[in-house]
Design a protein around this ligand. Structure first.
Ligand code: ACO
Length: 439
């Protein structure tokens, strides 16, 4: 097969090279397109645009495949831990026993946050959304820890610091929002155990760590750990391309994740299911509204830019959720509603024709509810999970010899050249601004 594509424009032809990935997917290399043809491409939402070559995550949206560094998500969810997956994503290989011990020691050493950061927390209005707080606090880390950057071991320190502190910051924000005492990290607990303990331990009710809940949290975080060039990861890469510090790039990623069409969907799913449970809408009405093009309502937790079949993460999440409910002997009133919604939607021609299947967010909120995480913290949990992926993608972009600042082009559709018009010639009523208001 030819390794280039021929572009014909008028009587001219141009050869555009093809790039092939390790799994056989092909891309037309248009990096010299404007230089050779004077043309740019137009692709709103970048649905057909590859922004980089990456060796981190492989997805096949038609077959429902997701792999981190070549390892199937199903195997990682079953056999690995979040800590190990974080290492895998960032370093490109599974750690040896010695490497994981060193990584754990670093995670532990960096788990405290500067006490002055507590004043920041206390200054946010009580009703502030935790995602806004987290994004600001991560950006603020640069002011508290300004010195490490550059050399490989310094980057490793910054990276581990971030992974460890984001977890502490998230739990701290929850405790402070409730007006409770902050619980500090403990060196004897694992990454997930520590998070649960910092969230739920209290002087009047010590938190009992349940291995099934720890396992559920670990799987939740593994499933969210990377997803190639999605909205928030692209934000991290784009912001990072200006050679901004890692904290600022991650803070941008957190802000992008907050949106209801992206990571914010996990919160919206629960709100939608709760609306149905409370009788504000029936399942049939929800499906009907989602199909109505005059209504902006969408079935939250359904549809995906890449997956045109069942999201492989949804299957694992649902299986784990069923196991958790069984183990804890809990009945979730939202489960039947979700199951009914899924059944109706999957048989509906609209959802079939548009290839809309439940995505990871459809069941992830229910897992988090069962663990005891409040709805407003759902997207923060997603951010904790996605952090190793963002870091790995940022690191890869920094090491890429061909990396350039992200700066897309446009097709201008505004006014053609025109001359400036003085105020008195613009028509309309003239109003004199009182002197004291004029700047
Ligand atoms: N409910 C109803 N209709 C939908 C839905 C949905 N959940 N998702 C897509 N559609 C329809 C759109 O109305 C559109 O129809 P049209 O072409 O007739 O206008 C068509 O499907 C394509 O939708 P787009 O928004 O163009 O698809 P895109 O790939 O850009 O968006 C997205 C994907 C944002 C995830 C979308 O499916 C959606 O809004 N889903 C609901 C929110 C959600 O669950 N987000 C989480 C995604 S996973 C993640 O980020 C972790």
């Amino acid at each position: 097969m030819s390794d280039s594509v021929t572009l014909k424009w008028g009587d001219k032809t141009f050869e555009l090279p093809l790039i092939e990935g390790t799994e056989g997917e092909k891309a037309i290399d248009i990096s010299k397109l404007r230089q050779t043809t004077g043309l740019v491409t137009m692709d709103p939402g970048f649905a057909n645009t590859g922004s980089c070559q990456s060796a981190i995550t492989f997805m096949d949206g038609e077959k429902g495949i997701l792999r981190y560094r070549g390892y199937p998500i199903e195997q990682l969810a079953e056999h690995s831990t979040f800590r190990e997956v974080a290492y895998l994503l960032i370093h490109g290989k599974l750690p040896t026993a010695k490497e994981i011990t060193r990584f754990s020691v670093l995670l532990n050493d960096h788990s405290l946050v500067h006490e002055d950061m507590r004043t920041f927390f206390e200054s946010f209005p009580r009703q502030s959304h935790p995602m806004g707080i987290l994004s600001s606090m991560v950006n603020a880390l640069k002011s508290f820890y300004p010195y490490l950057e550059g050399a490989e071991e310094e980057i490793e320190s910054t990276v581990t610091r971030l992974i460890s502190k984001v977890r502490t910051l998230a739990a701290m924000s929850y405790k402070i929002s409730r007006g409770h005492l902050v619980v500090y990290p403990r060196p004897d607990l694992s990454y997930c155990e520590n998070f649960l303990n910092m969230m739920f331990d209290s002087p009047v009710r010590p938190y009992e760590i349940d291995p099934d809940i720890v396992q559920a949290l670990s799987v939740f975080l593994i499933l969210h750990a990377d997803h190639e060039q999605n909205c928030s990861t692209s934000a991290v890469r784009v912001v990072g391309s200006g050679r901004v510090n890692l904290y600022a790039a991650i803070s941008a990623g957190i802000a992008a994740l907050w949106g209801p069409l992206h990571g914010g969907a996990n919160q919206k799913v629960i709100e939608m299911l709760t609306d149905i449970a409370n009788g504000r809408m029936t399942v049939k009405e929800a499906v009907h509204r989602a199909k109505d093009k005059e209504d902006p309502f969408r079935l939250m937790g359904f549809g995906h830019r890449v997956y045109k079949t069942y999201d492989p993460r949804t299957r694992i999440m649902k299986k784990m959720y069923d196991k958790l409910l069984n183990k804890l002997r809990i009945k979730d009133p939202l489960l039947n509603i979700a199951a009914e919604l899924e059944e109706i939607a999957l048989k509906d021609p609209y959802f079939i024709d548009y290839h809309l299947y439940p995505n990871v967010d459809f069941y992830s909120g229910m897992v988090l509810r069962t663990i005891g995480i409040p709805t407003s913290m759902f997207t923060v949990m997603f951010a904790i999970g996605r952090l190793p992926g963002w870091i790995a993608q940022w690191k890869e972009s920094m090491d890429d010899p061909n990396w350039r600042i992200s700066r897309p082009r446009q097709v201008y559709t505004g006014s053609a050249l025109r001359d400036y018009v003085p105020m008195e010639d613009r028509g309309g009523e003239h109003k004199t601004i009182p002197l004291r208001q004029s700047a």
